[in-house]
Design a protein around this ligand. Structure first.
Ligand SMILES: *[C@@H]1O[C@H](CO)[C@@H](O)[C@H](O)[C@H]1NC(C)=O
Ligand SMILES: *[C@@H]1O[C@H](CO)[C@@H](O)[C@H](O)[C@H]1NC(C)=O
Ligand SMILES: *[C@@H]1O[C@H](CO)[C@@H](O)[C@H](O)[C@H]1NC(C)=O
Ligand SMILES: *[C@@H]1O[C@H](CO)[C@@H](O)[C@H](O)[C@H]1NC(C)=O
Ligand SMILES: *[C@@H]1O[C@H](CO)[C@@H](O)[C@H](O)[C@H]1NC(C)=O
Ligand SMILES: CC(=O)N[C@H]1CO[C@H](CO)[C@@H](O)[C@@H]1O
Length: 627
């Protein structure tokens, strides 16, 4: 009986969806995988709506509303929706009746940090929030600079309070709220360059990103192609089968097929894959010869790759040891264009307030990340080169290496070592991978060491000024590396502080900054404290999904600490099954984080002290584990 029930469950819970099938075009609009306009195509978690008789043809449904889709970029897994129009001659958006954009948070879509959001016609209560509602705020520029002809924004001139929600504050938000007791209208702009006059701003739109889809669901082998096998999904305990790619192939969620493994970034990883393959093959007697042949090719390829890598390492060491200006490789524009396939959109790794980052491959095979460096318009080429020269001498295993720069193109570009595994923020929120407690401790430690190096060992010292979980990259073994330190201005040794134009990100920014507009090494300590809290709680620095008083993670946890409830802040998934010692170390890290968040800068520990403290916490954790 139980077995029958199980069987029934299996049958019922397996949707009748065949392998990765792209949906037919909706009128003239292509519908890339995994987006789905019907039950027989795409991935059913990625539903959108097709109404081919109206323009635009595709719609994205939120909990209470529906927004036209103005563009889709399958390579970056993003789409842009058109925002709700204004009610005629008022500064109120139509979707106020449905409380604005509210994505279903159990679906794999989120609002990206590329959006700059203007909240318009707000009440006084907004003035006490973290949003920038000052008279210099960008939304005032927007309202004042709009022609007001028919776009509705003109009406907002009579609504004096408006606020800007800067991009980058929350990389994975899922609601933009408008309501009678708050703001009555909003506008969003994707990749807005605030230095441009309003007349040259892009069309209003809101960008959403989707999480990479898993392998397609199958009911039997006939649903899968010849490169994959229908088998149970190990991540879901409940009868869902998927087409898993054969070894030597990997699931490519953008092309929606099993792609042959070609690149080989990680020697160890690939090595073990192939031994598994060979072991599998040799288990049958007759195929021993084939195994030998494959083994030979694998060996040869490995040798070639190893040789190329060794050569590169030598070259790089030469460049480094020669010192001086030569330590920074000066790339030509041609080299960079070639490496990034002329900045082709499918090479785009990410885009934020700072500009874009592209995946690139140099002629010698080195994989790099190419980033537009907004080093300030006032800086000449000499100065850029000088800064890059200094940055190229910064060398620590927990910092992303800068290999060189290029100043031939419109914007100076920095060429970074490529770190393959995404950011800590992605892992915590977007991919929702559970990082173990040990892993989180080691990420915290590596980050602290990298920052301590910048503060105490780099000459001149470098203050990062934008420490956040989306600036910490992870390599294939989940080692953390701090990125983007090159974009902060360099501190002068003879100054204990440096004034700067607004930098830093909402939720991570040192509150002292608002008093004297200066960022110091202790501002990095504050931001790092927020990162520690993210690692501890698995919650974002700013999340408008939390109750109003708890939107800011730092303030929320500080309140819990005052109420002597610090352990309530810890991610329940981490606490579950944790040993007593582990719980102690969580508490210790929590207190360390809170000390980094001290309001007075003098009371915060230095980055060196923080790194040492984390090291000590790790020793306790490991010593007790061995016992
Ligand atoms: C701002 O919102 C209020 C409340 O909904 C509304 O009465 C008022 O007309 C709006 N202001 C403008 C300029 O549209
Ligand atoms: C929005 O949708 C949710 C869930 O579907 C529902 O509970 C809520 O009442 C809706 N709100 C409005 C204002 O329509
Ligand atoms: C949100 O999406 C989930 C998963 O598809 C679905 O089960 C749920 O009903 C949706 N919630 C609402 C309120 O529509
Ligand atoms: C608000 O934004 C403006 C323009 O970007 C900036 O000059 C100002 O410093 C910001 N104010 C605060 C409190 O962040
Ligand atoms: C509004 O724009 C005008 C020019 O279009 C400018 O002179 C004025 O200073 C602006 N006002 C504000 C508050 O930005
Ligand atoms: C798909 C995805 O990453 N969803 C996340 C969006 O952000 C909210 C919090 O703001 C998370 O809870 C979701 O998991």
């Amino acid at each position: 009986m139980a077995a029958l029930l199980l069987l029934l469950l299996l049958i019922c819970s397996t949707p009748a969806v065949l392998s990765a099938r792209r949906c037919a075009d909706c009128g003239s609009s292509p519908v890339p995988y995994p987006l789905s306009t019907g039950p027989d195509c795409g991935d059913q978690s990625y539903k959108i709506r097709c109404s081919s008789n109206i323009q635009p043809e595709l719609f994205f449904d939120t909990l209470n509303n529906s927004y036209p889709i103005s563009s889709i970029s399958p390579e970056s897994q993003r789409l842009t929706i058109e925002p709700s129009p204004f009610l005629s001659n008022t500064c109120i958006t139509q979707d106020i009746s449905t409380v604005g954009v509210q994505l279903n948070s159990s679906l794999p879509f989120n609002i990206t940090s590329s959006n700059t959001i203007m909240y318009l016609n707000c009440t006084q209560t907004l003035l006490s929030t973290l949003l920038n509602c000052s008279s210099e705020s960008l939304c005032h520029t927007y309202v004042n600079g709009s022609s007001g002809n028919g776009d509705g924004v003109g009406a907002c001139r009579n609504a004096p309070i408006c606020c800007t929600f800067g991009a980058g504050g929350s990389s994975t938000a899922y609601m933009i709220r408008v309501r009678e007791s708050g703001c009555r209208a909003y506008r969003s702009f994707v990749n807005l360059d605030p230095s441009l006059p309003v007349s040259r701003w892009p069309e209003a739109g809101m960008e959403l990103q989707w999480v990479s889809p898993p392998e397609p669901v199958c009911t039997g082998q006939s649903d899968c192609d010849s490169d994959s096998t229908c088998g149970p999904d190990p991540n879901l305990n409940g009868g869902v089968n998927r087409c898993f790619c054969h070894s030597g192939f990997h699931w490519d969620p953008i092309a929606a097929l099993c792609a042959q493994d070609v690149t080989c970034q990680d020697r160890d990883g690939c090595g073990s894959d192939h031994t598994a393959l060979i072991a599998g093959l040799t288990s049958g007697l007759g195929v021993a010869v084939i195994a030998a042949v494959i083994g030979f090719f694998v060996y040869r390829r490995h040798k070639r790759i190893k040789e190329a890598r060794d050569r590169l390492t030598r070259e790089r060491e030469d460049i480094l040891s020669s010192g001086g200006v030569k330590s920074a490789k000066l790339f030509t524009g041609k080299e960079i264009k070639k490496a990034t396939n002329n900045f082709s959109t499918d090479r785009l790794l990410g885009a934020g307030g700072y500009g874009e980052v592209y995946y690139g491959k140099l002629d010698d095979g080195t994989v790099v990340a190419v980033k537009c460096a907004k080093l300030g318009n006032t800086k000449g080429i000499e100065q850029v080169l000088n800064e890059v020269r200094i940055l190229c001498q910064v060398n620590h295993k927990n910092l992303v290496r800068i290999l060189g720069c290029c100043v031939e193109l419109e914007q100076p570009l920095l060429v970074y070592e490529y770190v393959p595994n995404g950011t800590v923020s992605d892992h915590l929120y977007l991919q929702r991978k559970l990082l173990t407690w040990d892993c989180r401790l080691s990420i915290a430690h590596a980050t602290a060491e990298g920052l301590a190096y910048l503060h105490f060992s780099a000459v001149p010292p470098i203050y990062h000024r934008d420490v956040k979980s989306s600036n910490i990259l992870l390599d294939d073994k989940l080692n953390a590396k701090v990125a983007d330190f090159g974009l902060s201005r360099l501190a002068h040794t003879d100054l204990s502080h440096v004034s700067t134009c607004a930098q830093g990100t909402l939720g991570y920014l040192d509150p002292e900054y608002y008093r004297n507009y200066q960022l110091t090494d202790k501002s990095d300590v504050y931001s790092f404290g927020v990162v520690l809290l993210e690692l501890l709680t698995s919650q974002k620095a700013i999340d408008f999904g939390r109750p109003q008083d708890d939107v800011n993670l730092a303030i929320y946890v500080q309140r819990l600490v005052e109420e002597e409830r610090i352990m309530d802040a810890v991610d329940p998934a981490l606490k579950e099954g944790a040993s007593r010692v582990e719980l102690e170390t969580m508490k210790a890290l929590g207190f360390l984080a809170v000390s980094c968040l001290e309001e007075r800068r003098q009371s915060r520990p230095s980055m060196k002290e923080v790194a040492e403290e984390i090291e000590y916490i790790i020793t306790i954790a490991t010593a007790k584990a061995i016992e």
